[in-house]
Design a protein around this ligand. Structure first.
Ligand SMILES: NC(=O)c1ccc[n+]([C@@H]2O[C@H](COP(=O)([O-])OP(=O)(O)OC[C@H]3O[C@@H](n4cnc5c(N)ncnc54)[C@H](OP(=O)(O)O)[C@@H]3O)[C@@H](O)[C@H]2O)c1
Length: 333
């Protein structure tokens, strides 16, 4: 099969399309003919080698977590899915099994989804049947960004009418957080480049702060001198978050999504709460995301589609180019 392959750690430059053996499912696993896969910054973090001490990658390594596809084979003991099922979801690189003790529940694992075939653990809430009304490319764009946005909604316990600043509204997570907050009747103020103002307003943002033209903190203080009820960060490095926290009213909530996340101790003595939110799947979460995509409360934003042969360039674009929403690789397109 064709797959995007890295033969060593490095930047996206180490990725190339190559012929590799089709992975076969073991007990408890399914094999999927991948229809589409979405890219995530985490794919490149694993590739960079920062986790090499905890979970060394096995090379050749195939990146990719988010996917949609059809089940083509099942391993012994799998009764949740059958051959022919259309499924979607997400999973971590299989080597992450070495970090299993760090997770509350064993992580769902994959051989890598930016490939014509992938093998995944079947018994996980991070996999679900794909409704026929949800096209494969849109389904592949949903899991990590959508699950993270759902986790932000739960952690933030937002009330209608609250004022929430979303820093980094145009990326994968931001493009999912903004519409879910707007659907919860929150007043969203988003940071984005000027060229993206119409895009983030279309997602449901009531106000937009141009992150290039203005000093973000000064402009946000000007807009809300009494402070925001909450700030959702998908973009700023941890070192800037203590300063950004002064945009919050006393007792406000700072919810961080971006990696690497700061040390919670950095916020000792602050008059706001701080939490890094992680997007894990609970049973039914993917069904909820699919339902919200169908009813329009979660528009699935695909910034660009690529063929499998173009996927190494797609990863370079994820790092170097300005992107909107998700970058999706469509197999056979
Ligand atoms: N906690 C979790 O479970 C979880 C899950 C998924 C992702 N993440 C992390 O969350 C972050 C975002 O992920 P993603 O998939 O949304 O990435 P993404 O698609 O690459 O989007 C990143 C966004 O940040 C914006 N941005 C970058 N620097 C900025 C700045 N200084 N001020 C304002 N906006 C800025 C970018 O806008 P421009 O293009 O205009 O620069 C872009 O909209 C990453 O660090 C990722 O690793 C965490």
């Amino acid at each position: 099969m064709k797959a995007v392959v890295a033969r060593d750690y490095g930047s996206p430059e180490v990725l190339a399309v190559a012929e590799v053996p089709v992975p076969l499912p073991g007990p408890g696993q399914i094999q999927v003919r991948t229809a589409a896969a979405a890219l995530n910054p985490a794919d490149l973090r694993s590739l960079s080698g920062v986790l090499a001490g905890l979970a060394p990658l096995r090379f050749p390594h195939i990146p990719g977590s988010d996917f949609a596809g059809r089940v083509t084979a099942i391993g012994a003991g799998v009764d949740r899915f059958a051959v022919g099922d259309e499924v979607f979801g997400t999973a971590l690189p299989r080597e992450t099994v070495q970090m299993a003790s760090m997770f509350a529940a064993p992580p769902s694992l994959t051989t890598g989804t930016v490939a014509e075939y992938a093998v995944l653990e079947a018994d996980t809430p991070a996999l679900a049947l794909r409704p026929a009304a949800l096209a494969a490319d849109r389904a592949a764009a949903l899991p990590i960004a959508g699950l993270t946005a759902l986790a932000v909604l739960r952690a933030g316990r937002f009330q209608p009418g609250e004022s929430v600043l979303v820093v980094g509204a145009t990326g994968g997570v931001g493009s999912a957080v903004v519409p879910l907050l707007a659907a919860a009747k929150v007043h969203v103020v988003a940071t984005a480049g000027a060229a993206d103002e119409a895009y983030v307003r279309g997602l449901g943002s009531a106000e937009v702060i141009d992150r290039h033209a203005a000093d973000l903190v000064a402009e946000a203080v000007r807009r809300r001198p009494d402070g925001f009820d909450a700030l959702v960060n998908t973009a700023l490095p941890g070192s800037r978050l203590v300063d950004a926290g002064r945009l919050l009213r006393p007792g406000g909530r700072l919810l961080n999504v971006a990696f690497p996340s700061p040390d919670p101790g950095d916020f000792d003595g602050c008059d706001f709460t701080f939490e890094t939110v992680y997007g894990g799947a609970r049973l039914g979460d993917l069904d909820e995301l699919a339902a919200r995509a169908a009813d329009g409360t979660l528009p699935v934003s695909i910034g660009r589609r690529y063929r499998l042969e173009e996927a190494p360039r797609a990863y370079r674009d994820l790092v170097r180019e300005h992107t909107r929403g998700k970058l999706v690789v469509v197999m056979g397109a």
